[in-house]
Design a binder for this molecule. Structure first.
Ligand code: FAD
Length: 417
């Protein structure tokens, strides 16, 4: 175990655990879980919320073998839970396969990302957890539990976006497809009015679309990620960028994936950032709200009304779309969504009141906060947004009757009975 106090990637959460255990084998992990009073899995620590925090033990799976087992017949790959999406992607690409989508950053762990419903963008793309068809976890007694759609009693859809509360996930089976190529183009100076008026056209114009803005300039930068085996992007607007750009205006683009319409493998275009370079040193905070897609115009208007407060504290904001899914605790549960993401300067005292003002306007529109990012919304108000939360509470009772995997974040959402 590493003895020093640990923080999340951004440094805004200092974990209550004394250090992080790094077992080198599954048996070691099982024994650790069995003999711990309270324990929680840690992924790559990229969450800004205290979702991974615990005053008990923290365990990272990054010391376990990085296995990727491809089953071409069933179009699935079973991967070690502690691997980073970018590492899994390289193995899949080498074998001629792909995942349907990726988040903006490839450095995040598969299990941690799925536990929090991490997502990319795309009208037809669901949160990354929606591609999980089976998983294995270590339960409180060190027992191995296999869960899957094929052996489902109707609860698998509650077991993937699980906030670490059901056990330590050791491997996940992901849907895969034949590898594909993507060409990425960026358009600068797109009026925000046009983003709102031509929202469906713009976000439907390519496989994955993101609009970046500071809200105050009245303009957006639109990134189109176009699958080369699909129809040409229908929408163009603003000025095509003549050189590669970073989502944050003025920052060097070296850490970004290739742009300028140069086609390349899916995993080197779908994330905004390259796996082999670190995009920033964590000098930021993030928040994000998922809204029903049809609330996009109202949400744009509300946030633009706060632009003078928001812009000075912002690195950049990103708007994406996510397809509905059936995962009980997914913020995109049962509704096609538009997401409003904010990368803030690392000044919580200044950011929190402005975030609260945004959330005050967007919560009545049905916003659901991202589990892994900052929010000022009370846990009871958040969990009330999920119809299936009572069933999820029953799942935690079933898989973790003594609350070994609970932490304050989970207790605040689902008070122990
Ligand atoms: C620069 C940056 C860019 C980002 N971009 C995006 C983006 O494009 N889209 C998006 O949606 N989010 C994004 N995020 C947020 C990020 O994807 C989520 O916070 C995600 O949870 C990070 O994964 P992680 O492995 O770091 O999880 P952690 O923060 O380590 O853990 C998150 C949760 O997962 C649980 N967990 C981790 N491993 C396991 C396991 N083996 N078994 C059971 N539970 C486990 C933890 O207990 C905890 O509850 C970004 C974050 C950063 C810092």
């Amino acid at each position: 175990m590493s003895g020093k106090a640990t923080t999340n990637w951004a440094g805004n959460v200092t974990y209550g655990a004394a250090g992080v255990h790094r077992p080198g084998s599954l048996d070691e992990l099982r024994s650790l879980v069995q003999h711990s009073r309270r324990i929680r899995a840690l992924g790559s620590g990229h969450s800004f919320s205290p979702v991974a925090d615990t005053s008990g033990e923290l365990v990272s799976l990054d010391g376990l073998p990085p296995v990727v087992e491809i089953d071409a017949a069933s179009s699935t790959a079973t991967v070690a839970a502690g691997m980073r999406y970018g590492e899994v992607a390289v193995e899949l690409q080498r074998a001629g396969f792909a995942l349907a989508n990726l988040a903006s950053l490839p450095h995040i762990s598969v299990a941690g990302s799925c536990a929090t419903a991490t997502h990319g963008s795309g009208d037809r793309q669901r949160v990354l957890a929606a591609s999980v068809s089976a998983l294995q976890l270590v339960g409180p007694d060190g027992d191995l539990v296999e869960l899957g759609q094929d052996r489902d009693d109707g609860t698998f859809a509650g077991s993937v976006v699980a906030l670490g509360a059901l056990g330590v996930v050791t491997r996940l089976t992901l849907d895969i497809e034949p590898g594909f190529e993507v060409a990425q183009r960026v358009y600068l100076g797109v009026p925000l009015d046009e983003v709102v008026e031509r929202f469906d056209e713009m976000f439907g114009a390519a496989y994955s679309v993101s609009a970046f803005t500071d809200w105050r300039s009245g303009e957006a930068m639109v990134w189109l990620k176009h699958r080369t085996d699909g129809p040409e992007a229908a929408w163009t607007g603003g000025r095509p960028a003549q050189r590669a750009v970073h989502p944050c205006p003025g920052m060097p683009a070296e850490s970004c994936t290739e742009q300028l319409g140069i086609a390349g493998p899916w995993h080197e275009r779908l994330p905004h950032f390259r796996l082999d370079l670190t995009p920033s040193a964590g000098e930021e905070l993030q928040s994000e709200l998922f809204l029903p897609r049809d609330r996009a115009p109202a949400a744009f208007a509300a946030i633009r009304g706060l632009a003078d407060d928001v812009a000075p504290l912002l690195h950049v904001s990103e708007v994406r779309t996510v397809r509905a899914d059936d995962l009980w605790l997914s913020p995109a549960y049962d509704r096609d969504s538009v997401t409003f993401h904010f990368t803030w300067v690392k000044d919580p005292a200044a950011v929190i009141p402005v975030l609260a003002a945004i959330e005050e306007l967007l919560m009545p529109m049905g916003a659901r906060p991202h589990w892994g990012k900052l929010t000022t919304v009370a846990p009871a108000e958040i969990i009330a947004l999920y119809d299936r939360a009572p069933e999820f509470a029953q799942l935690t009772q079933r898989y973790d009757p003594t609350g070994k995997f609970r932490n304050r974040f989970v207790d605040d959402l689902l008070p122990p009975t």
